[in-house]
Write a protein that binds this ligand. Structure first.
Ligand code: ADP
Ligand code: ASP
Ligand code: MG
Length: 413
């Protein structure tokens, strides 16, 4: 018999209660009884990570990175021990492992540590001994021997890295929805689960607001050719397979995503001379500001406006940087707008189908939604709109492109 090895990762909701933990154990036990080998990776229970972050804020303003990581990773540590206990009760031999015990060596960047190396010897040994290892997600040990956290959503990254290190047959990401949908099913009930999506499309989706799977894990899976399967922790129904191949369903548009976590800054009266934009964006990069969409207006009387988007939590760093530059580059001033939302359409088919942008803009205009900025990639079009119109924009675009229907049943654009 050929034995398959699966790394199965369960998100917060999937291990949110004692009942859920027993169900996860039951799921893994059935896989083992079927003859598969499984390695589990778990997130912290429910909203525990948020709760720990809140607690830290209640006792500290400095929140030292080393202590924050020790605190946050405790959530995953608790969950992996509980799952291992539940498995033992089902007669399945199981052992829990912290990230460090599982062989995750990282750099020293607390709260956002990068994996340097995975040495999964203890996990491989446990599997070889017929046990089910349960690994705490999103954590490792740094080159300075301190506990590190990979950042929000980091358990997906743990699972993919482990699947690669163990040469697993697939990495299964179990979550509270049955797969990757044409848009957030919580927002649009007609959203459709996709059976398959390409890495390119999924990366565009995760970069523009789809929380599942975490973008870093998708990048890692693509780099190492790890087969990803996003599926429901609540049923055995197959979910969404992610692979290198373009969408087998031949969809022109695959999905609509939205992101309301960005703000827009506009620097006005910028002299239209070589080197000014370079100076502005070099200073922002030096201040670690992640600039996204950039729009520069046509110049009028030798001056122009430059607008760009950036994450809300980087606005204060960006404001300090830009304020200091305004006089130096001879600009008029700077305005920050935190009330924006970005709505994006992704689809590999748009490369060969003209008309996607036109239909998108017509649909938004018919609904009275004003477009403030536009940006594109080969397989994505994004529009910045008012934040309070973002949900409506998603709904009308999902309907206009008939994403509730199977690709073969959709009308031409
Ligand atoms: P987990 O905690 O299991 O890692 P998350 O809570 O981070 O998972 O992400 C799952 C949620 O992502 C779902 O409950 C769903 O509402 C939301 N979501 C948003 N957009 C999509 C999409 N296009 N496809 C699937 N889920 C999506
Ligand atoms: N529990 C952490 C978070 O919510 C890590 C993870 O689950 O991926 O971000
Ligand atoms: Mg989550």
């Amino acid at each position: 018999m050929v034995v398959a090895l699966y790394v199965q990762k369960f998100g917060g909701t999937s291990v949110g209660t004692p009942d859920r933990i027993r169900e996860v154990a039951d799921h893994a036990a059935r896989c083992v009884k079927r003859g598969d080998q499984v390695v589990l990776v778990v997130s912290a229970m429910g909203k525990e990570t948020d709760e720990l972050l809140r607690l830290a804020g209640d006792v500290s303003t400095s929140k030292p990175g080393r202590e924050m990581d020790m605190l946050i990773t405790g959530g995953e540590r608790k969950a992996c021990a509980l799952v291992a206990m539940a498995l033992t009760d089902l007669g399945i031999e199981s052992e829990s492992f912290t990230g460090s015990q599982a062989g995750f060596l990282t750099d020293t960047t607390h709260r956002n540590a990068k994996i340097l190396e995975v040495n999964p010897r203890r996990i491989a040994d446990a599997v070889a001994a017929g046990k089910v290892p349960v690994v705490g997600g999103s954590q490792g040990v740094s080159t300075d021997h301190d506990v590190t956290f990979f950042g929000r959503g980091g358990s997906d990254t743990t699972a993919v890295a482990l699947a690669h290190a163990l040469d697993a047959d697939a990495c299964e990401l179990y979550t509270d929805v049955p797969g990757v949908f044409t848009t957030d099913p919580r927002l649009v009930p007609e959203a459709r689960k996709m059976d398959h999506i390409s890495f390119d499309e999924l990366l565009e989706m995760t970069a523009t607001g789809c929380p599942k799977p975490a973008m870093r894990s998708v990048e890692l899976a693509r780099s190492y050719g790890v087969k990803l399967h996003v599926r429901s922790a609540f049923s055995w129904v197959p979910g969404t397979w992610v692979s290198e191949e373009p969408s087998m369903e031949n969809a022109i548009i695959s999905a609509v995503t939205h992101d309301t976590s960005e703000a827009k800054m506009t620097v006005s009266g910028v002299p239209d001379q070589p080197g000014v934009a370079a100076k502005l964006f070099r200073s922002l990069a030096d201040a670690d500001v992640n600039v996204d969409t950039i729009v520069q207006n046509v110049s009028d009387a030798g001056a122009t406006d430059i607008s760009f988007t950036l994450p809300h939590d980087q606005v204060s760093a960006a404001t300090t940087t830009v304020d200091a530059l305004v006089a130096e580059i001879g600009a008029k001033g700077v305005v920050t707008d935190t009330g924006i939302g970005r709505v994006s359409l992704t689809g590999a088919g748009m490369q060969t189908n003209p008309g996607v942008a036109a239909t998108m803009f017509e649909t938004l205009s018919t609904s009275g939604i004003n477009i403030e900025m536009i940006s594109t990639s080969a397989i994505r079009i994004s529009c910045v709109v008012r934040e309070d119109q973002a949900d409506q924009a998603v709904t009308v675009l999902h309907a206009a492109f008939e994403l509730d229907k199977a690709p073969a049943d959709r009308s031409d654009i």
